[in-house]
Structure formats: structure tokens, C-alpha cells
Ligand binder design. Structure first.
Ligand code: BGC
Length: 498
């Protein structure tokens, strides 16, 4: 359902109509799109206007992203984008061998994985993983509690290692630790947490080496393993995807939070001093969630930001990532309930509760193709406690679509910004041949409309010919294997005959 394509009266036309049996009491504009009619209240119209992402807005975002990347590479603190050096200078080649573990602390889940790598011929011989959701109280607890939880998950998993996995005598199990928060890397296997994002507010970790925090927790449990690589989830995804395809140059996570990393030339990083890379390239984690230049924001974004635990920070993330889309929609619906009586006279407590509506709820509602939007009705009832009639449900779907469309299109513009910067520095090497952007994260994986809006924005910005060379590919759970591969590349026992 789209209400923006009001070009032909046969497809869409506006009528001023008085509210028929609907809950609201104000005059509405009705737009007919084929057989579905959506009531455009002044609030919906304003939302459309404030969230609009026409080509000039996308272009501005892409250009500003490229400019902010350059500023962040020029000097430490030179831009909103931290442009973090990963110390990963060479990506997997396929010849990695042996048993490696990966630990992944992301946003919603914590995952452990082991993989037996068999080199160029056998590749991934065996893999096993375990996943648990992170208990809410740990997100607000102490550093020790969080790392003890991680270490004990790892210990339990390690005990169940079956006979498909082989550790050479005299070696320790090695881990690639994916830690998906802004970390100032100090080497490939150490790094200081700059700040928490994605709603985490654990005391005592910011300013500390997260590998040391993990090692201390492992020691408390008597678990004798070695962390040989510390990586951001984007870097893990890039490594995991590159293992199968040499054309992968960029990786993007669109899940609870968001970030992107890419392959950069060492000589294009002025702030880098004394870093020697045998490949001449290195991976930069942009931390683009902190981008904020020229975004089309609404009062709902501003209010949500002001109420967050990190006001003024992670504005791009708060506009495009999974943790926030549901909450923005909830805020819009609450205002519509208050001002237009969208759901009748009373306002259920649930609708007024922050984060009551999740992005998966938006996604499920947008997949409802029934005439009476029954699923939309039951999701609204379950998540937000509201009773809705058909016209209210249509407005809800419209609001979801508006927020998701803005998110997907802005994410697409961000990707173009990165590619544009890379192309400017190495003419023809990005747009002149197949370049793969590896994508992962629940939002990208599970939300078809979001994916489509993202792709559309990329094509609008690049034009059909260049866009054909840019392959945006889902790399499922690549970051786990990627971290294990980077652990292999940085193994203390690299020269052992495995
Ligand atoms: C973090 C990034 C991470 C991204 C995706 C953001 O909130 O700052 O480090 O890569 O989420 O998980």
C-alpha cells in the first residue's frame, strides 16, 4: 500500500471526506489506491512530509556520509563517524585450518559457535552453535555479571564438544570474540569499550579492555582458552563473506543496531601512524550509527532520543535500526490516539508504554494482505492493548510503512555513501566491476519491505547501469564463522601442522 504515488487519478486520488464510522473526529483526506482506501489525517500527511526521502535527500545523505568518513579518517574525533581501525589487515583466504571458537555478544542474543576448518579443499568440515537471549537485567547490571554470564555460556558449550572436532595436542582452544559495540581497538586481540549502545548500560566496562574483562571471567571459572581476535560484528561478517567471495568489499549489519565496515587503503588513512599492513589495506569499522548529518527527523524521533539512555547519540541508528522502528511507530500512534482518537476514546496503558511495539510487530502487520487486516488488529491488541476498526488499521499500516520506508531508504543512501568514497579513491575498482555488500542482522533478514526500500534507494542513487554491479547479499550468520576465521588467521599456533 503506497500513498506517495498519487500521479494518476486512476491509481490514486485525494478526496476530502468527513469521517464516516471511524473513531476520529476530524476531517480527513482519503486517498484511494486501487481497492484500498487510506484516511490521510493531518497527522499522517505531516508524517509523510517529515519522513520524505526524495532523491535530493538521499543524495545529501550519501555525500555527507562520504565526507564524514573522510573527516573521521583524517583525525581522531574529526567527525561523528569514529572510523575505527580493526587491525584486521588480511581477510580469510580459504586456507585456514583447525578448531576455532567464536563468541558473539550482539544486541539481543549471545551466541557461541565452534568450527572445524579444513583448508582450501575441505573448507568448513563441521560447525555447531548455541544461542541464548541476553537477560534484560544483565543489560543494566555490572560488568562482572555480564562477562560471568558469557564465560559460563562458553564453558557449558565447550564441554559438549563432540568427536567431529579436533584440537592438536599442546594447544589451547582459541576464540574469535565478536563484540558488537564501539570499541577502540588497541590490537587485533584487545580493545577498549568507548560506550555502550542498543540500550545496554552495564557499569564498569566503558574505558576497559573487553578482552581482559572476558579473560578475568574465564579465569574465575577456570576456563583455559585464548582470545586471539576481537572483532566488531561488521568485521566478522566481512571476513565470513569474503571466505566465499573475493568481491566482498563492504559489510553492513541491520539488526537491533547498525554499523558498516569496508576495506580501506592504508595510505588513505591520514590519522594512521606507524601502522604497517602487508596487504596495503585494512578494515575500517565506520560506526555509522553515530551519523546525523541532514537526516529527515520528526518530533517523534526527537522525543524518543531525548528519553533514551544516550540522548544526542546514535541518531542514524535510532532512525534506521530494529531497536527503534517499533518505538517510533508507537509514539506516532500514541499521538494519533490522543489527538484523533484513532482507537476510540480511551488510551490503553500499554500503548503509552515505551517499546511496547517491536519492529517484528511492524513487520508482521505489513505482511497482512487480508481485506479486514485481521492480523494487524490482533497484533495491535496483543502488543499495544488497543481495539481497532478497519480504517484505524489502515492508518497503522501506513504509519509503519512510512517509518520503515524512511529507514530502508536512508540505509541504502548510507551504503552508497561508503561505495562512493571508495570509488573516488580508486576509480573504476568499485563501480566498474562486481562489488558485493554483505548484509546481516534480523531487520535486513526478516523485513522484506525494508530490504526492498533499501535496494530501491541504492538503484535510484547509482542509476541502473552502476547499480547492476553492486550486489547486496545476505550473508547469514557470517559474523560467527568470520570471527572464527579471524581467530585462525591470528592463531598463536598458525605454523603448527594441523
Ligand atoms: C554498535 C556497533 C555494532 C552495531 C550492529 C551498534 O550499536 O555501535 O558496534 O556493529 O550496533 O550490531
Amino acid at each position: 500500500m503506497s500513498v506517495t504515488a498519487a500521479t494518476s487519478p486512476a491509481v490514486g486520488s485525494f478526496h476530502l471526506c468527513r469521517r464516516s464510522p471511524g473513531p476520529a473526529t476530524i476531517p480527513r483526506f482519503r486517498m484511494t489506491v486501487r481497492s484500498t482506501a487510506v484516511y490521510l489525517t493531518p497527522l499522517v500527511t505531516k508524517l509523510h512530509k517529515d519522513c520524505a526521502t526524495p532523491l535530493p535527500v538521499l543524495r545529501h545523505v550519501a555525500d555527507a556520509m562520504a565526507a564524514d568518513m573522510r573527516a573521521g579518517l583524517a583525525a581522531e574525533g574529526g567527525s561523528d563517524l569514529k572510523m575505527i581501525l580493526s587491525y584486521v589487515d588480511s581477510l580469510p583466504t580459504g586456507s585456514e585450518k583447525g578448531l576455532f571458537y567464536a563468541l558473539d555478544l550482539g544486541g539481543t542474543n549471545f551466541r557461541v559457535l565452534r568450527v572445524q576448518l579444513g583448508g582450501k579443499e575441505e573448507r568448513v568440515i563441521a560447525t555447531e552453535f548455541d544461542q541464548v537471549s541476553i537477560p534484560k537485567d544483565l543489560m543494566f547490571g555490572t560488568s562482572e555479571e555480564l562477562f560471568d554470564f558469557i564465560a559460563s555460556g562458553l564453558a557449558k558449550f565447550a564441554q559438549k564438544e563432540g568427536n567431529k572436532f579436533h584440537l592438536p595436542v599442546g594447544t589451547k582452544r582459541e576464540i574469535g570474540f565478536t563484540f558488537s559495540f564501539p570499541v577502540k581497538q588497541t590490537s587485533v586481540d584487545s580493545g577498549i569499550l568507548i560506550k555502550w549502545t542498543k540500550g545496554f548500560s552495564v557499569s564498569g566496562t566503558a574505558g576497559r579492555d573487553v578482552v581482559a574483562c572476558l579473560m578475568e571471567a574465564m579465569e574465575r571459572l577456570g576456563l583455559d582458552m585464548r582470545v586471539s581476535a576481537l572483532v566488531n560484528d561488521t568485521v566478522g561478517t566481512l571476513a565470513g563473506a569474503r571466505y566465499w567471495d573475493d568481491a566482498v568489499m563492504v559489510a553492513v549489519i541491520l539488526g537491533t543496531g547498525t554499523n558498516a565496515c569496508y576495506v580501506e587503503r592504508v595510505d588513505a588513512i591520514p590519522k594512521l601512524q606507524d601502522h604497517v599492513s602487508s596487504s596495503g589495506t585494512t578494515i575500517i569499522s565506520t560506526e555509522w550509527g553515530a551519523f546525523s548529518n541532514g537526516l529527515p527527523l520528526t518530533e517523534f524521533d526527537r522525543d524518543m532520543d531525548a528519553a533514551s539512555i544516550n540522548p544526542g547519540e546514535q541518531i542514524f541508528e535510532k532512525t534506521i535500526a530494529g531497536m527503534y522502528l517499533g518505538e517510533i511507530v508507537r509514539r506516532v500512534l500514541l499521538k494519533m490516539a490522543e489527538e484523533d482518537a484513532l482507537f476510540g476514546e480511551s488510551i490503553p496503558e500499554k500503548l503509552a508504554t515505551p517499546f511496547a511495539l517491536g519492529t517484528p510487530d511492524l513487520c508482521a502487520m505489513q505482511q497482512d494482505t487480508s481485506n479486514d487486516l485481521q492480523d494487524v488488529g490482533s497484533i495491535l491488541y496483543k502488543a499495544a492493548g488497543v481495539e481497532s476498526n478497519l480504517s484505524a488499521r489502515k492508518i497503522v499500516v501506513e504509519v509503519c510503512d512510512t517509518i520503515v520506508k524512511r529507514g530502508g531508504r536512508l540505509a541504502g543512501a548510507g551504503i552508497v555513501g561508503i561505495l562512493q568514497k571508495m570509488e573516488e579513491d580508486s576509480k573504476g575498482l568499485i563501480f566498474g566491476k562486481k562489488t558485493v555488500v554483505a548484509m546481516d542482522g534480523g531487520l535486513y533478514e526478516n523485513y522484506p519491505q525494508y530490504r526492498r526500500y533499501l535496494r530501491e534507494a541504492v538503484t535510484e542513487l547509482l542509476g541502473d547501469d552502476i547499480a547492476k554491479n553492486v550486489v547486496i547479499e545476505h550473508s547469514k550468520d557470517g559474523s560467527g564463522i568470520g570471527a572464527a576465521l579471524l581467530a585462525a588467521a591470528n592463531s598463536k599456533y598458525r605454523d603448527y601442522d594441523l
